[in-house]
Write a protein that binds this ligand. Structure first.
Ligand SMILES: [Zn+2]
Length: 408
């Protein structure tokens, strides 16, 4: 059961409901399996089915006579059926499941006297440990804020007073359970599952996720899921003090694990068109093509770094700017070179003009300052093909994603 628990922890790290299973025969480990329906886009990819499949492959036989399956959660009807088909000798489970358990929790498929094969059932082995893993996973994420690591800074909450859009408060979450974060808190605005596609909005070197709040609202109203992380070192996320922490590879891994944790599928990554953020988005699509498969880069007419109280809020002093210093030194040429249209589409929305200039409250507000569509299709929302605001940008993004097959 300890081995099954190990599999369950791996599933949690991948953003899956933490259930793990192993198959054992004659005291020898035959196979392992862990829950993977989200990552595998497979409703049948329960830990038990994964372990049964691997065991049958390993033993060269679809019948698993004499085998015992250990699983951290009481099996459901599908998995119990698969075990009976496999003629499994015995199943040992940890936590009981009153909602979907088919080994006595909700119903008991193993107790049907008419079955031609009988599989023995033992429940409650390391039950509290197995249940604790599940409870930790489903605990509201905002409660998971961890104490600050010694080698990191956390901006005092008072710096953010009055900045938040209250209507987005319920969508602000702290994620700290990703392995790459190693206990750091990462702040994410996530509007949650939606009928439409998903857009992850990345901020630039001099900003943070707050820039994209208005855009996130617009996207949500169009049925698009908006995910806006503060990269580590920015915004409300913890800020490792050493610039050496902030490599392109590490930031890519953090976002990759975030995509898996949130169960994102084929999300579009929207980034300001500066080399570092484009390189990060490209690296992300390459590392996790199932979670991210398109980059849209927008180029602001005005340079980043405009003085603005809101944009500066997370950075009370130079010590909080280690990530910005490190990002500026990234060697991004390789990543961008690899971002050729052959690998996956990189779209550009070019900025021109920009009558607002300077600080308009947020960088994103500059969209309303007048931007033209670059290499992308003209949007019907912009009759003169020039003026963008957050609402028009959101609609344009949606049109772009829906036309992925046509224009890629
Ligand atoms: Zn199952």
């Amino acid at each position: 059961m300890q081995l099954a628990l190990e599999q369950a922890r791996l599933a949690a790290a991948e953003g899956e409901v933490p259930v793990g299973a192993v198959v054992v025969k004659d005291g020898q480990l035959v196979s392992t399996g862990r829950n993977a329906p989200i990552g595998g886009q497979d409703p049948t990819a329960h830990a038990e089915v994964q372990a049964l499949r691997a065991a049958a492959q390993s033993l060269g036989n679809y019948r698993l006579d004499g085998c015992t399956l250990y699983v951290t959660l009481e099996p459901c009807a599908m998995c119990s059926g698969a075990m009976l088909h496999a003629r499994l000798a015995r199943v040992v489970f940890g936590a009981a499941d009153a909602k979907t358990g088919a080994a006595g929790g909700l119903l008991n498929l193993f107790a049907q006297p008419g079955l031609n094969h009988q599989t023995g059932v033992t429940g409650g082995v390391l039950a509290s440990e197995c249940a604790a893993l599940l409870q930790a996973f489903f605990r509201p994420r905002r409660l998971n804020v961890r104490p600050l690591r010694e080698d990191a800074l956390r901006t005092p909450p008072s710096r953010f007073d009055g900045l938040d859009d209250p209507s987005l408060r319920d969508f602000q979450v702290q994620v700290s359970q990703l392995p790459a974060l190693a206990g750091l808190n990462m702040h994410v605005l996530d509007t949650g599952p939606a009928p439409g596609p998903t857009v992850m909005v990345l901020h630039g070197l001099w900003g943070w996720g707050w820039e994209a709040e208005a855009l996130a609202t617009e996207l949500m109203q169009l049925g698009v899921r908006a995910v806006v992380p503060d990269l580590p070192g920015f915004g409300r996320s913890d800020k490792p003090k050493k610039p050496g922490f902030h490599t392109l590879a590490w930031h890519t891994r953090c976002l990759q694990e975030l995509g898996a944790h949130l169960g994102l599928a084929r999300a579009t990554v929207l980034v300001p068109q500066v080399p570092q953020t484009v390189a990060l988005a490209v690296a992300l699509c390459q590392a996790a093509p199932g979670h991210f498969d398109r980059v849209v880069a927008w180029s602001p007419a005005a340079a980043e770094g405009n003085a603005c109280p809101g944009l500066d809020a997370p950075f009370p002093d130079v010590g909080h700017r280690a990530a910005q210093r490190a990002f500026a030194l990234w060697d991004v040429s390789a990543g961008i070179a690899q971002g050729s249209p052959n690998a996956f589409p990189v779209h550009h929305i070019s900025g021109v003009g920009g009558q607002l200039g300077g600080c308009a409250g947020t960088v994103w507000a500059q969209w309303s300052g007048g931007y033209a569509v670059g290499e992308t299709k003209a949007s019907s929302d912009c009759p003169d093909n020039r003026v963008f605001n957050d609402a028009a940008l959101a609609r344009h993004l949606l049109a772009l994603v829906h036309h992925r097959e046509v224009d890629s």
